[in-house]
Design a protein around this ligand. Structure first.
Ligand code: 8YV
Length: 325
């Protein structure tokens, strides 16, 4: 079967990592499209596409426009942009890129937390702007990591890797998930507001789903309290950004460190203007090393599907989807 692969059409809508493009092109018949818009699909293309490799939104209409589609290989562990439930209903497999980015994202989360608490980017700017010479030392930071109690919203693989690091830093750890994680000794809270009330440092690693939409809201931020620090390394959609801006400007919480936003790459000017917000342009997994590994996993999933009939990392919604005979 392997020798047939070059005849299999894989559609790549929008931008994709270069290494993934090169490997898809080598292993399959790659067709590129400006974007995942069904009006761009010709009748001929519609019938021939059997796989998609993408890091863009793939909605139900796009899936429906491709009658012979078998698999969507998503670049990223988060697959909120892919309608996986619709894919499952249409017997289309969806894969993501877990594990290979876990440690990188956890490293970034810790860096972002320390930058937020100890104001390191601002301290560096102080030096660069010549203020150390002119005005003296950078002011002592009001916040410290010492004695902090961390709460993790989303205790999956990345949440665990963050917790391991936080333990090494001497912080206590609690978490909120839909369900308690079997065999995990960290304190569990059945509600996010309950977790926020019990800690002063809330780290969101939660995926973007209907259930987590704007879950970090005014009530949760109030519960976190005036020394509270909020870090988001998961998805921007899990936060009510207006409530966060209000909490940061009104002293409801002390500071926030954000790698993800509701409408990327657009970041609200009000957040950019806030001195107690530390902002990163969604770089959680963005090293050459880790993005190469993610690119490889995207393509290896396609290869495994078309040669073995089983992908390496299916998402839970489509775990039972079988390869058409
Ligand atoms: C990716 C991410 O960069 O894996 C994820 O879910 O958020 C990032 O690591 C992103 O998905 C690519 O768009």
């Amino acid at each position: 079967m392997t020798s047939d692969r070059s005849a299999v059409t894989i559609l790549v809508p929008g931008w994709l990592h270069e290494r993934a493009l090169a490997r898809v092109d080598k292993a399959f018949n790659m067709v590129r499209l400006d974007k995942a818009d069904k009006s761009l699909i010709s009748d001929e293309l519609a019938g021939s596409v059997r796989g998609i490799a993408a890091m863009t939104a793939i909605d139900a209409a796009f899936i429906d426009a491709l009658p012979n589609l078998e698999i969507i290989a998503n670049f990223g562990v988060g697959y909120d942009a892919v309608d996986a439930r619709h894919a499952a209903a249409k017997s289309v497999m969806v894969t993501n890129t877990p594990d290979v980015l876990t440690e990188e994202v956890a490293d970034t989360a810790l860096g972002l937390l320390i930058n937020t608490v100890r104001e390191l980017p601002r301290a560096e700017n102080w030096l660069r702007q010549g203020r150390w010479v002119k005005e003296g030392p950078y002011p002592l930071t009001k916040a410290t990591l010492r004695g902090r109690r961390a709460g993790i919203f989303g205790m999956g693989r990345i949440g665990m890797a963050i917790a391991k690091r936080l333990e090494a830093f001497g912080l206590s750890i609690a978490y909120h998930n839909r369900r308690r994680v079997e065999g995990l000794s960290y304190e569990y809270h059945s509600t996010l507001a309950g977790l926020a009330a019990a800690v002063d440092t809330l780290i969101s690693v939660a995926p973007g789903t209907a259930a987590t939409e704007k879950a970090v809201n005014a009530e949760v931020l109030r519960a976190l309290g005036p020394d509270g620090v909020f870090v988001n390394i998961g998805r921007g959609s899990t936060v009510d950004e207006e409530a966060l801006i209000a909490a940061l400007s009104g002293g409801v919480i002390r500071a926030a460190g954000l790698d993800v936003f509701a409408d990327e790459p657009r970041v609200p000017q009000a957040l950019i203007d806030l001195p107690n917000a530390t902002l990163l342009p969604h770089v959680g997994s963005a090293s050459v090393h880790t993005r190469n590994a993610m690119a490889d996993l995207v393509v290896d999933n396609l290869i495994a599907w078309f040669s073995e009939g089983k992908p390496l990392t299916p998402v839970p919604e489509t775990e039972r989807v079988a390869k058409p005979a």
